[in-house]
Design a protein around this ligand. Structure first.
Ligand SMILES: *Cc1c(COP(=O)(O)O)cnc(C)c1O
Length: 430
């Protein structure tokens, strides 16, 4: 499925050859909207409302607290207590981690904190957390806060993002040294879509005696991740982006099995205890992936997340990546052909192997342009200062959607419809 032509008919032809097209019916998508923001909030899986309703009406409403335990196999099994590890194992299949290494818990930010603290505990003589300046800021904030809290002269070293497009992994690899305790990186950069070489960075870190925490927020569900094959240490990621778990869905935390009996959580809560229901006075960390949990899981939200994860698992991951590359390629080719005259440049890598499932454009008026685009039914987003970001979720985005979105964008730029006062006003959430 490569881009062979740029007309609307070419896009329709690509859709008719698309083995994933049938998955689109698995999501609720409003009429008249082209949704290109599934990398920020994934669309609603059609099975999620009924599953949440069952959890509310039959489980919470009828069986009440008994729902925490799995009921017998003949009945509709509740088993709320198993949700974090049951969904964790399913996410493990998506990121190439064998069972028992992924748990669904907390937010990505909190999981970054836990993973970094565990990594620093494993490297007590090293002082540097190495990260990238242009990555999603929460990860760096958390690293700074942890260094401050530990009070042991840890330093967060941020590489300058200048070379992000060209060879981000090479820059990181070069910067790892004998004082690097842990490398903290986004697999796919939230703003540019630039992707790291997971295997190469992990191998280089290990060769230098360092560990890696991978943030898979913008890749889990759309990019191949071979957690076990690359011998990864820790990973975190979001439930509400390409896993379509719904607003504020819990995040995931992956800890390699070989590390699980060597680490303990910096937030020692009862759900991470070896025997939570023994209510012992002292804390003993679980020796398995449950060590990543802290407190009671948000059950209703997890039920929705499981629907999203199940829908991702139903698709062939190779087909997902192939289509993702084709969609981003089409967007870039259309931008080159139709947007360059209006001062739009492509901010994402042109080499598909270095690109996630989004394409970002730079334009000095990206904010009002994006507002005008949304007004005309094409939902992307803006990232400060000048990025217009379009995310392509291969399970529900069609080639014709890419075509029509770029068509609308070109027309807005040509007519300068973006330059109306109403589009210049800022909203709180961008
Ligand atoms: C979206 C995103 C987050 C969000 O973290 P939360 O704590 O779940 O709000 C973190 N890191 C990256 C790289 C992201 O893209």
């Amino acid at each position: 499925m490569t881009v062979t032509g740029l007309t609307r008919d070419d896009a329709l032809a690509a859709d008719s050859d698309d083995p994933l097209l049938k998955h689109r019916a698995g999501y609720r998508l409003p009429d008249g909207v082209i949704y290109l923001d599934g990398n920020s909030l994934g669309a609603l899986p059609i099975h999620a409302p009924a599953r949440v309703a069952t959890a509310v009406e039959q489980q919470w409403g009828e069986r009440l607290i008994a729902s925490w335990n799995a009921v017998d196999a003949a009945a509709d099994s509740d088993g709320w207590i198993d949700l974090p590890t049951r969904i964790g194992d399913k996410i493990g299949r998506i990121i190439g981690a064998a069972p028992g290494q992924v748990v669904v818990t907390d937010s990505t930010s909190v999981n970054v904190f836990k993973a970094l603290a565990m990594a620093l505990e494993l490297r007590p003589d090293r002082r540097v957390i190495l990260t990238q300046g242009g990555d999603f800021p929460t990860d760096g904030y958390v690293a700074d806060g942890l260094a401050r809290l530990l009070g042991r002269d840890h330093r967060v070293r941020r590489l300058t993002p200048s070379a992000l497009q060209d060879a981000p992994s090479a820059d990181v690899i070069q910067a790892i040294d004998s004082n690097t305790a842990v490398v903290l990186l986004s697999h796919v950069n939230y703003r540019t879509g630039a992707a790291h070489d997971l295997a190469a960075v992990t191998a280089a870190a290990h060769a230098a005696g360092a560990l890696v925490v991978w943030d898979l927020a913008h890749s889990a569900g759309v990019m191949p991740v071979d957690f076990d094959a690359i011998d990864a240490d820790f990973a975190v990621g979001c439930g509400y982006k390409y896993l379509n778990g719904g607003p504020g869905a819990s995040a995931f935390l992956a800890i390699a099995r070989r590390l699980q009996d060597q680490v303990s959580s910096p937030i020692a809560g009862w759900f991470g205890h070896a025997r939570p229901f023994a209510f012992e006075a002292g804390f003993e960390p679980a020796a398995d992936i449950n060590l990543g949990q802290v407190g009671t899981p948000p059950v209703l939200s997890m039920v929705a997340l499981e629907a999203g994860v199940d829908a991702v698992l139903a698709a062939d991951p190779d087909a997902v990546r192939t289509k993702s590359v084709a969609l981003t390629q089409r967007a870039i080719a259309l931008a080159d052909a139709r947007l360059a005259d209006y001062g739009v440049t492509v901010a994402s890598p042109r080499d598909a192997s270095m690109r996630g499932s989004q394409v970002c454009f730079r334009h000095p008026q990206a904010w009002p342009v994006n507002r005008a685009l949304i007004d005309e039914g094409v939902i992307g987003d803006f990232r400060t200062p000048d990025i217009l970001r379009l995310g392509f979720a291969p399970l529900y985005t069609r080639h014709v959607d890419v075509h029509d979105a770029m068509d609308t964008l070109a027309d807005i730029l040509r007519t300068r419809r973006w330059d109306a006062a109403v589009y210049h006003a800022r909203t709180t959430v961008t």
